[in-house]
Design a protein around this ligand. Structure first.
Ligand SMILES: NC(=O)c1ccc[n+]([C@@H]2O[C@H](COP(=O)([O-])OP(=O)(O)OC[C@H]3O[C@@H](n4cnc5c(N)ncnc54)[C@H](O)[C@@H]3O)[C@@H](O)[C@H]2O)c1
Length: 326
């Protein structure tokens, strides 16, 4: 972000600010000296996630509880005239998107259009969008790790709605709206993640293990995910505020971690003594996922620096200290 924007410069706005990634992004932006406006309807997010930001940076942080699809957003954007909008508010539950695709599309497609409308009307320079690898279907073994050229159709309405929103980013720029960058995230994990929604396997395992409760592994446990730590993801958002205009970047570690490996690592770290409960594989789940982020390295100067061991330890410290998952 430009140095002259620090402190008293133009504000930035984060939608989904009370959520997992959004609240971590708010903290980082405030630490960077930015003036930050957060909005969230608290449908899955929690004000608890913003407690520290509100206490430590009351002068530079404001929060409005609102649904991005409703009129209140325009007034907030008009009032604060943010330079950049980080658009993270979304319906993130893949299974819910299958059960209620209309609701999913309303939040993820119409919600994005509403944010773009407000951005266009009030001279926002850039929109950084949280996209998902869940929008790009099942890769063959030979295609892993996948980069931006991997674009097979989504397996869920959630994947489709997150994907179609990127077309609107392009269209709105052509109509005089903000420029944009989309970050296609792998499975993000870290402090403040809850057990619901996308990528919650780390939070779920930690929560169950700390309670001494049964931990279920679906299928053979050899399915893999690209687990990327939230601080690293947040750094990509910050970099994208000034770089990578009109591009989509895959953001992951390139490393595959199987569910069995994750279970073993967390059981050792928490002293969990039980074996996992084995249940049949769930339909619609991608078998393997890993992301090639070389393009983000080249254009944004981004690379993940947190090892899985460090990231899990930090998440565990947060979960044990806050009691949030138990
Ligand atoms: N967590 C992951 O692994 C992951 C992976 C890929 C992409 N993403 C994307 O990152 C973004 C953040 O995800 P997260 O994991 O932090 O989920 P989250 O559920 O913690 O955050 C989403 C936030 O958006 C808010 N929200 C939902 N609908 C809203 C609306 N209509 N108006 C205002 N606020 C609304 C929720 O209350 C919540 O605080 C989402 O766009 C998601 O699709 C996440």
């Amino acid at each position: 972000m430009r140095a002259d924007d620090a402190g008293s410069g133009r504000a930035v706005l984060v939608t989904g600010a009370a959520g997992f990634i959004g609240s971590n992004l708010v903290s980082r932006l405030l630490e960077d000296g930015r003036r930050v406006v957060g909005v969230d309807d608290l449908s899955t997010g929690s004000l608890r996630n913003l407690g520290e930001a509100r206490e430590a940076h009351a002068g530079r942080f404001s929060f409005d509880r609102l649904d991005v699809r409703r009129g209140g957003l325009d007034a907030v954007v008009a009032r604060h005239r943010p330079e950049v909008i980080f658009h993270l508010a979304a319906q993130v539950d893949v299974r819910r998107s299958v059960e209620d695709p209309l609701h999913d599309a309303e939040v993820n497609v119409l919600g994005t259009i509403a944010v773009l409308e407000a951005a266009r009307r009030h001279g926002v320079r850039k929109l950084v969008y949280a996209s998902s690898i869940g929008s790009y279907g099942e890769p063959d073994e030979a295609q892993l790790p996948v980069d931006e050229s991997f674009t097979t159709p989504a397996l869920s309405p959630y994947g489709a709605s997150k994907r179609v929103a990127i077309d609107y980013l392009r269209t709105y720029e052509a109509l005089g709206g903000p420029t944009w960058t989309a970050l296609t995230l792998g499975n993000v994990y870290g402090p403040k993640q809850t057990t619901s929604g996308e990528g919650g396997v780390v939070a779920t395992f930690i929560g169950r293990m700390l309670q001494g409760a049964p931990v279920t592994i679906y299928g053979d446990g050899e399915q893999s995910r690209d687990l990327v730590f939230v601080d690293d993801v947040v750094h990509a958002f910050v970099l994208a505020a000034d770089r990578g205009d009109r591009e989509r970047y895959t953001i992951g570690t390139g490393t595959r971690t199987t569910v069995n490996q994750l279970f073993t690592a967390l059981a050792a770290a928490t002293g969990y003594p039980h074996d996992p409960v084995r249940e049949p594989a769930r339909a619609g789940e991608v078998r393997h996922s890993s992301l090639d982020s070389r393009r983000a390295g080249r254009d944004l100067g981004w690379k993940p620096w947190t090892t899985l061991e460090e990231g899990l330890a930090a998440t565990l410290r947060w979960a044990s200290g806050s009691g949030a998952l138990t």
